[in-house]
Design a protein. Structure first.
Length: 385
């Protein structure tokens, strides 16, 4: 009792008497609060633990003024009766929600590894994730960001449509709400770099150049491109950007690129069938020695189709992918690819955000961090025979 009075004095309030426990609560293992459909409250925890409600509030916030044995008794009582703190109410009273908002464009293979990393690092630091998908719809993204602000998330990791003209507007929305944010994206032009937000991304030009230089180092001089630039919508925009940069890089590196060696597919998952059929109809002397596919999913489909037609990879033709997915080892041959290091930049993004939320990292100036791409060498590329 003396320790309880001491804890009460630290709060500047009289301790009062400890509420008496009912005999049924002491002897039964069932929850002390009857199941009435009502939400269990902090008062229920106080009755179960035999303390006042303010002691419960301090204990559940890990306040150092509460003795360890008292806190553990309160936590056990809360668990027994199924009490969960209302994080939103706590944030409105000046506390913290311990929630990180994550806004992604789609639920794709590429984001599988980052999401796993966000959750792993976030949970270890005491945060939970609230994940939203915009599905490339800018109005849905805007509404999701507003919900993050209204729900008082402590920080946001945001992978936007890099072609959207409202990037600055969204970044300003988060800034005005006082919410630290880290933008994930492809840093492909100077305009992207001027968005008022911390950024971690991939220099798409450097990654594509790395792929071409790898094929050149193997001795390839006639290299074809496989792309789904014929698609409509935002995915098509991304493929068109990669194709434009690749054409510029071919010119810079002094490589010829015939129109016939730019294979256009209308679908990035199954477009490999179309490309394989186009290649098979050509005389063997008119084949390129290597194909650089603008996405791994397209490369995998192409590898399966070429294999079905009896075309050997890499004996007859080398195949290089771009953009690591979760099943890059599937198919007739393990795929050599330009890895965008999604796990690496995810770890750096969540670490940066936690530093910003805890004010260990300066909010200004905004950091722009470029994660270098790497070549993962497997079995689909070799020197021309």
């Amino acid at each position: 009792m003396a320790s309880e009075k001491k804890e009460a004095r630290l709060r500047g309030r009289p301790s009062g008497k400890r509420p008496a426990r009912s005999s049924s609560a002491a002897s039964s293992t069932a929850p002390a609060v009857a199941s009435t459909g009502k939400r269990t409250t902090i008062m229920d925890v106080a009755r179960e633990a035999g303390v006042d409600f303010s002691t419960v509030s301090l204990a559940l916030r890990k306040d150092p003024r509460i003795r360890t044995e008292t806190r553990e008794r309160i936590e056990a009582a809360a668990k027994k009766i199924g009490y969960y703190p209302n994080r939103l109410a706590r944030s409105l009273s000046g506390g913290a929600t311990r929630v990180i908002g994550v806004m992604l464009t789609e639920m794709s293979r590429f984001f599988a590894t980052p999401l796993e990393e966000f959750q792993r690092v976030g949970e270890a630091a005491g945060y939970t994730l609230s994940v939203h998908f915009s599905w490339w719809d800018m109005e849905r993204e805007r509404k999701g960001m507003q919900q993050f602000c209204e729900n008082c998330v402590e920080g946001v990791i945001w992978a936007p449509d890099v072609f959207d003209t409202s990037l600055r507007e969204t970044a300003t929305l988060l800034h005005n709400a006082g919410i630290p944010a880290v933008l994930l994206g492809l840093i492909h032009d100077d305009d992207t770099r001027t968005v008022p937000c911390h950024q971690i991304g991939i220099d798409i030009r450097s990654g594509l150049r790395l792929g071409l230089e790898h094929l050149l180092s193997l001795g390839h001089r006639r290299i074809a491109i496989a792309t789904a630039a014929g698609m409509e919508g935002k995915r098509g925009d991304m493929f068109q950007l990669r194709l434009r940069i690749l054409r510029e890089l071919f010119s810079e590196l002094g490589l010829p690129l015939a129109d016939a060696d730019t294979f256009l597919a209308t679908d990035h998952e199954h477009g490999g069938i179309e490309i394989a059929m186009q290649l098979a109809r050509r005389p063997r002397a008119d084949w390129p020695t290597a194909i650089f596919a603008a996405e791994d999913s397209l490369a995998r489909g192409l590898a399966k189709s070429l294999h079905a037609l009896g075309i050997n990879i890499p004996g007859d033709i080398s195949l290089l992918g771009y953009h690591v997915g979760s099943d890059e080892l599937m198919g007739p041959v393990p795929l050599t690819t330009v890895s965008l290091e999604s796990g690496n930049f995810a770890t750096r993004a969540i670490d940066l955000l936690i530093g910003l939320m805890r004010k260990k990292t300066p909010a200004i100036p905004h950091q722009i961090i470029t994660v270098p791409s790497t070549i993962i060498e497997r079995e689909s590329c070799a020197s021309p025979g």
